[in-house]
Design a protein around this ligand. Structure first.
Ligand SMILES: [Zn+2]
Length: 663
């Protein structure tokens, strides 16, 4: 999942989301392979031929149909559940590799075929999701009688699947359902168009239509707003709690943000008072102040090869996990600079596969991210066998970490044409992104559940972004960095002073940056909230909350400056800067409005939790094997098959409702 946007990157699309909620690796031959009862190490053999995935589509659809047809004959609730979960897994084992090939493969023919295979698989999935008979099965599985028979994990899965199907109006009479389906299609198209319009001068017409469409859809489904619909199943659950959190953070950080604003103002020569510091030029000034303060030569400690060693170090020192590099088999090779690692735990038990693809390439659609090729779960072999499918007892995860090192063109090659990873350097934000995405990758590796649909990072943003942001924190520790951040050529380890200086630079405008994030989250909540639109903000110093009502969407006219005016009104009671039209329009073009509607607060929320974990469990002794073990055992290994609020409060020994008063 992409990182939150930094103020400097507000106007540019920094990363693409790979928004498919499904993941995957199957080829026809894998179905029939005689698996040893012990371990079947997954492969990327779907890369052996450009037609491979396309040729798997028919077999996959056939297998899914056989599974679904077996449901009416199933003898128990559990068997019905297992048939459903198996269908989801089998489909993902097609769709996820397709998405990986589409995003990453350098060969156009591969990409084209994978896209085609994906479309066919996806169409089938949508058709299945619209089957009323399937919804009836979920209703049956959600009955009190069935709930008693199913495990917590299975019940959670049923609730989630049922909710997703209801989002398509499946439970409504046919005529209403038809309208909902059409609106859902329109909503998806508008969201795509908004992303594609990013480069154009005015994507705001599309944004307005998208927001209105989402609102109308939610109302038709019986919700007060689209945010209400979207927030079900998240840690904070509803808008009231989200606004409470945002107001709490504003209250906590505002004074410090004002002090940082004073500092920035000193450099904004022409204006003398604070009301003159605009959101528009604040990012520019901060970026240049940061660049000037960055310790000279610091970048020379962060070659691509070093960062990979850093990842290995984090794995071994904190999590007792070994990444063993192995060559790709001939039929798995997709790019000469990608690397394959087998992951083993302390007892040398195999855990999964991680592929690292660190360098920028024009053919990469996903510049920096984590793609799941296959989730870790326990396939329901009994029901699968009934329909002639032979999957291993245990399905191990396969994840791909992609970065865009050398995106500025500085790609030094060795004489044989391969990238010289010892000499190609990563910029500070690229190193942070790399560790962030690796946090997601490791969550997928540890989060091996029984149910496929709840494995790894398939939880809400306010939960899953916790661990990626926790992994970023390790980059502030000298004890950790000195192990692998060694200067190119001389191999001298990074000094304590340089690490402190880097931290200082990264935190120069920490509170101001946080307030930017609060503003983005507030805009996201207001635009997706009930109409008339409203914004909430801290009022006085006693923790009271004020409300400002802003009117209906249509009262703001159709032009883009009307939309900018609306954003300025939303941010005015929160920001410590002076909102401008330019700044407001930049805020509106951030792609999360398309990809994670009403979810942007999740980055801020999970960051607060991540910082708490760091402070309580790691900061005093980052390379602490016991703390790593505790994090895995108590949290990561549950994937998304847990109740995140309970889980994190128990792990931290804190009440998460007090997040705004944590130090
Ligand atoms: Zn992320």
């Amino acid at each position: 999942m992409m990182r939150r946007v930094s103020p400097a990157a507000l106007s540019g699309a920094s990363a693409l989301s790979f928004g498919i909620p499904r993941r995957t690796t199957i080829t026809q031959q894998r179905w029939n392979s005689k698996s040893s009862p012990s371990i079947e190490i997954p492969t990327l053999s779907f890369l052996s031929d450009k037609n491979c995935l396309l040729e798997t589509v028919d077999g996959t659809v056939e297998a899914c149909e056989a599974l679904l047809n077996a449901i009416p004959k199933a003898k128990s609730f559990r068997e019905k559940h297992d048939l459903l979960d198996s269908t989801s897994n089998v489909l993902c084992l097609l769709l996820d590799p397709c998405e990986f090939v589409r995003q990453m493969h350098p060969d156009e023919a591969y990409k084209r075929n994978a896209t085609h295979a994906f479309q066919r698989g996806h169409e089938y999935m949508c058709e299945v999701n619209a089957r009323r008979s399937l919804y009836d099965v979920l209703v049956e599985l959600a009955s009190p009688q069935a709930r008693k028979e199913l495990s917590d994990e299975e019940n959670k899965n049923v609730a989630q699947l049922k909710r997703d199907m209801e989002g398509n109006g499946i439970h409504l009479p046919d005529a209403e359902r038809k309208v909902i389906t059409e609106m859902n299609v329109e909503k998806e198209e508008l969201a795509m168009r908004f992303l594609m319009d990013q480069e154009s001068r005015n994507p705001f017409g599309t944004l307005r239509n998208l927001i209105q469409c989402r609102y109308d859809l939610a109302r038709k489904l019986g919700f007060e707003s689209y945010a209400e619909q979207q927030l079900r199943g998240t840690m904070l659950e509803n808008q009231q709690k989200v606004w409470h959190f945002l107001c709490g953070v504003t209250h906590k950080y505002r004074a410090a943000a004002e002090r940082e604003a004073q500092l920035v103002m000193k450099y904004q020569g022409e204006v003398r008072n604070r009301s003159g510091l605009t959101d528009d030029n604040r990012a520019k000034i901060c970026t240049s102040l940061r660049r000037d303060a960055e310790p000279e030569k610091a970048i020379e400690y962060f070659s691509v090869a070093n960062c990979v060693r850093g990842i290995q170090c984090l794995c071994s020192e904190v999590f007792g996990v070994k990444l063993e590099q192995v060559p790709f088999a001939k039929d798995e090779l997709f790019h000469r600079d990608a690397k394959k690692f087998l992951v083993y735990d302390e007892e040398k038990q195999f855990l999964g596969v991680i592929v690292l693809d660190m360098f920028a390439r024009p053919t990469k659609l996903c510049q920096a991210g984590h793609l799941t090729v296959q989730l870790g779960c326990r396939p329901h072999t009994k029901v699968l066998k009934q329909v002639g499918l032979d999957l291993p007892e245990r399905q191990y995860p396969v994840v791909v970490l992609t970065c865009n090192a050398g995106s500025d063109g500085a790609l030094q090659q060795r004489p044989d044409g391969s990238m010289d990873d010892e000499m190609i350097l990563m910029k500070p934000h690229e190193v942070v992104t790399c560790f962030h995405e690796f946090g997601h990758a490791l969550h997928t590796i540890f989060g091996q559940t029984k149910v496929q649909n709840l494995a790894g990072t398939r939880g809400s943003i306010d939960f899953v972004e916790t661990f990626s942001q926790l992994f970023e924190q390790f980059l502030t520790s000298h004890d950790f960095l000195k192990l692998w951040a060694h200067r190119i050529n001389t191999r001298e380890p990074i000094s304590f002073d340089m690490v402190m200086k880097r931290n200082e630079v990264a935190n120069m405008f920490y509170h101001l940056d946080t307030m930017d994030q609060v503003c983005l989250a507030a805009v996201d909540q207001t635009l997706h909230g009930p109409q008339p639109l409203a914004v909430y903000f801290p009022h006085g110093d006693k923790g009271h909350v004020g409300k400002r009502t802003l009117g209906d969407m249509k009262e703001y006219g159709r032009g883009m400056f009307n939309l900018a005016k609306l954003v300025m009104e939303i941010t005015a009671p929160i920001t410590v800067l002076t909102p401008t039209e330019g700044g407001a329009l930049r805020t509106l073009s951030f792609e999360h409005l398309s990809t994670y509607p009403a979810g942007y607060y999740g980055y801020l929320y999970s960051l607060e939790v991540a910082r708490r974990i760091w402070k309580k469990k790691f900061e005093h002794d980052p390379l602490n094997r016991a703390a790593g073990r505790e994090l895995v055992d108590k949290v990561l290994r549950h994937g998304a098959a847990c109740h995140p609020v309970e889980l994190l409060s128990q792990y931290l020994g804190d009440d998460l409702d007090e997040i705004d008063v944590w130090g």
